[in-house]
Ligand binder design. Structure first.
Ligand code: NAD
Length: 350
């Protein structure tokens, strides 16, 4: 099979983790006899430096041509004071919108070799295997009107029926191949938009009588994720709540550097680790590349339907974790491995 993939390294540790992930992709292609058609583009701060805009037209065209896009991370401290529309993150939001990747899947699992890496007690995190389905192209991050002046800053959280329906279908279909449970997270005790969200989710659920649906308020969901994470199978939520709750997932998995993600639309797939550009460790070969490598596994599964290949990547990650060759964020007993060493170990295990 020919795999046509766009690589967007982005800023900070983005370039380091995507480089390791591309090596893994090459190892899989070699082992399973696929051809890789890779292209590379600019996104985020690096794109602002070179072209004056965080999401250049050329990048948009490259995204449209590729079957799937692998992104590192965007964000540079020098843009912290810039208005949202001129920050590197605007590039990522623009790309998600253009590709119309409305469902962001964020698997959170506690690998047996990493139960000691979570700051939570082992018996709490052991066996955690959940997937957060975050709506990605609506809600507060895109809602109009929005603005800022001397005396007021404001944003709008708004959802249409279509936006809620399509992401809800994604969550229910995923649950069918898992433990058949969906927990929809909202703030319907305070927000009208959440009352609407809940009503539409209940309507869609009529088509999935085999799936058990429950609803949880977002504040309680944050608490339940650290109290009893094993209760969750598929967690469905809107854009902002999903952004925040998935960082809690980093605690369950041992490090935010462990978490992959897949953003899916009707046709396109965008794959990226959950973490940001981590300016505090950028350029030091210290970043954990396993979130980016897990995103490659997700790409093989969701865009290309290559289950054997995806499993080979995940099994290789499991083996490397068992071997103890991990980066500093996972608090290894011995000397921490570098980003390059972990990437190479996964490629070799494949
Ligand atoms: P961050 O995820 O970059 O970092 C948070 C903490 O986690 C830091 O201490 C960092 O060192 C650590 N960390 C993150 N990824 C790691 C990895 N792979 N290995 C080891 N440690 C890792 O979040 P932040 O500090 O809040 O944001 C930094 C910049 O990234 C900001 O500009 C922000 O807007 C941007 N950001 C981008 C994305 C994205 O591109 N999807 C997501 C979140 C934040």
């Amino acid at each position: 099979m020919n795999l046509k993939i766009l690589i967007l390294p982005g800023d900070g540790i983005g370039a380091e983790v995507t480089s390791a992930a591309v090596d893994v992709l090459k190892a899989v292609a070699k082992k399973f006899d696929h051809t890789l058609e890779l292209s590379e583009g600019l996104l985020g701060g690096v794109a602002i430096h070179k072209t004056g805009t965080p999401f250049p037209k050329e990048t948009e065209e490259l995204c449209q041509k590729a079957d799937a896009t692998l992104m590192g991370a965007v964000g540079l401290p020098e843009f912290d004071a810039a208005p949202p529309s001129q920050r590197p993150e605007a590039g990522l939001l623009g790309m998600r919108r253009v590709l119309d990747v409305f469902a962001n899947l964020r698997p959170v699992r506690t690998w047996p070799a990493l139960v000691d890496s979570s700051p939570l007690k082992n018996h709490v995190v052991e066996g955690t295997d959940m997937i957060i389905v975050r709506e990605l192209t609506g809600g507060l991050y895109y809602g109009q009107p929005r603005g800022i002046d001397e005396n007021r800053g404001f944003n709008t959280m708004s959802y249409t029926r279509k936006e809620v329906e399509r992401v809800t279908h994604t969550a229910f279909k995923l649950a069918r191949n898992r433990r058949k449970k969906v927990c929809s997270v909202d703030k319907s005790n305070v927000l009208e938009v959440s009352q609407f969200w809940r009503k539409v989710v209940i309507d869609v659920a009529q088509q999935y009588p085999d799936i058990q649906l429950e609803h949880m308020l977002v504040d309680n969901a944050a608490m339940q994720m650290v109290l009893r994470p094993t209760q969750f199978d598929v967690m469905l939520t809107e854009n902002t709540f999903g952004d925040i709750l998935s960082d809690v997932g980093g605690i369950l998995a041992g490090s935010i550097g462990m978490l992959p993600s897949a953003s899916l639309g009707e046709t396109k797939g965008l794959y990226e680790p959950v973490h940001g550009s981590a300016p505090d460790i950028a350029g030091q070969n210290k970043a954990n590349p396993l979130g980016a490598i897990g995103s490659v596994a997700a790409m093989l599964e969701y865009t290309f339907g290559l289950m054997k290949e995806a499993t080979a990547v995940n099994d290789a990650v499991g083996k490397v974790l068992e071997s103890g060759k991990v980066t500093a964020d996972l608090r290894p007993k011995g000397k921490p491995a570098t980003t390059t060493e972990v990437g190479r170990a996964v490629s070799e295990a494949i």
